[in-house]
Write a protein that binds this ligand. Structure first.
Ligand SMILES: Nc1ncnc2c1ncn2[C@@H]1O[C@H](COP(=O)(O)OP(=O)(O)OP(=O)(O)O)[C@@H](O)[C@H]1O
Ligand SMILES: [Mg+2]
Length: 362
């Protein structure tokens, strides 16, 4: 019978790889607090995101490997914890010192569902236990206040000698939008420089506090404004939302290339309005075509993060101020949003691990 030691337990975990980072848990320094008490072992596995797509599988694999090497154990307790990774970035430290990752949700074409996707993804990531913020950077058509049912003005606080805006909160996320500050009926004429200036203020003058992911809902298009925003926001990466329709795909391709041009990594493509299942007949209709998002991701060598169908309740969720994933938590389509959120979080972790490794080896 082998002797159970902290080292022998750690050795068992060397056989398990993180599915995204492709290295074993011990090399990645994810195994923490191994404790042995007679015939009981407990330990923590610290993931790079609470929204890990394969959290349960890793836990089961860890228990199985330890059991295989130490059959005499009576109890094996594996706790899955997380500590979201970040990158060392000067601009990020200046504008968003407590925010670990920033993600822009963008599209070439308007009306493809960026805001709907951004809202539901933000809530899905928060449901997984991440600290999430949502910054409405669409100064021309801020739709976030309506979509999240917020109709109040944010407060100001004095923090470290500076006046800061307190973001509003709903459904477990922190939110900031120009819609909170100007009257709905007041047309505001924003010039490009004003938009980037206001976005900067929405980063540095808002008390975001600690966040794992700050999601930016961008205005549609690939013009001056979008280019300026892509350059002025310190971004971990961007995601491009498209429908399967050719005209939307071609604009999505332009948006993707714009981000690459200014060295913002593209974390992947999300296809919205992928198909429609008629509730009365169960028939499937590919209203905007089929498979376009995946094809575009393959062509442009990025990741297809997943697809969301057209559904009346998703639209109603936007209009009623209560997002779909909140109203219908146990549905197949909510699972799709959660899955896409997890795929996105995995891409962020992969980016951070590549970036941090490069910095170490240089
Ligand atoms: N999967 C979906 N099923 C049903 N309706 C949807 C879906 N996605 C978005 N919509 C609806 O389509 C319309 C446009 O969506 P949304 O406002 O999210 O798009 P957008 O890309 O942010 O638009 P803009 O370019 O104006 O910012 C909204 O009325 C929204 O409720
Ligand atoms: Mg929008």
């Amino acid at each position: 019978m082998s002797l159970i030691t902290v080292d022998s337990v750690i050795n068992s975990l060397r056989k398990i790889d993180d599915p995204d980072l492709h290295k074993d848990l011990v090399t990645l320094k994810m195994v923490k607090d191994v404790k042995i008490d007679g015939k009981k072992v407990s330990l923590n596995i610290e993931l790079t995101t609470p929204a890990c797509p394969l959290k349960d599988k890793m836990k089961n694999d860890a228990i199985a490997e330890i059991k295989k090497d130490h059959p005499e154990l009576e109890e094996i307790e594996v706790n899955m914890t997380s500590n979201v990774t970040t990158q060392d970035d000067e601009k990020m430290k200046e504008y968003l010192p407590h925010v670990k990752n920033t993600i822009a949700v963008a599209s070439g074409k308007g009306g493809v569902g960026k805001s709907t996707v951004a809202v539901n993804l933000a809530v899905a990531l928060a449901k997984d236990g991440a600290k999430v913020g949502l910054l409405d950077a669409d100064f021309y058509g801020p739709s976030i206040p309506l979509m999240l049912g917020i109709n109040e003005r944010p407060l100001m606080v004095n923090k470290d000698g500076k006046q800061k805006i307190v973001p509003l909160e709903n459904y477990g996320i922190k939110i900031m939008s120009i819609g909170f500050l100007v009257d709905n009926n007041d047309p505001v004429i924003w010039r490009g420089s004003m938009v980037s200036g206001a976005t900067k203020q929405f980063m540095s003058d808002v008390d975001w506090d600690e966040l794992d992911y700050l999601i930016f809902d961008l205005p549609p298009g690939t013009g001056d404004i979008q280019l300026t925003l892509a350059q002025s926001i310190p971004l971990t990466g961007s995601v491009i939302v498209t429908t399967p329709q050719d005209v939307s795909l071609s604009d999505a391709s332009k948006a993707l290339k714009m981000f690459r041009k200014v060295n913002v990594p593209v974390l992947g493509i999300i296809e919205n309005m992928s198909y429609f299942i008629a509730p009365d007949t169960g028939n499937r209709y590919n209203i905007f075509g089929e498979g376009g998002g995946q094809k575009l991701a393959d062509e442009l060598e990025t990741v297809f993060l997943g697809g969301i169908p057209i559904d009346m309740a998703i639209r109603e969720g936007g209009d009623s101020g209560k997002p779909f994933v909140v109203s219908y938590p146990e549905t197949e389509y909510t699972k799709k949003f959660i899955e896409i959120g997890r795929n996105l979080a995995a891409q962020v972790s992969i980016r951070n691990s590549i970036k941090n490794k490069i910095e170490i080896t240089i």
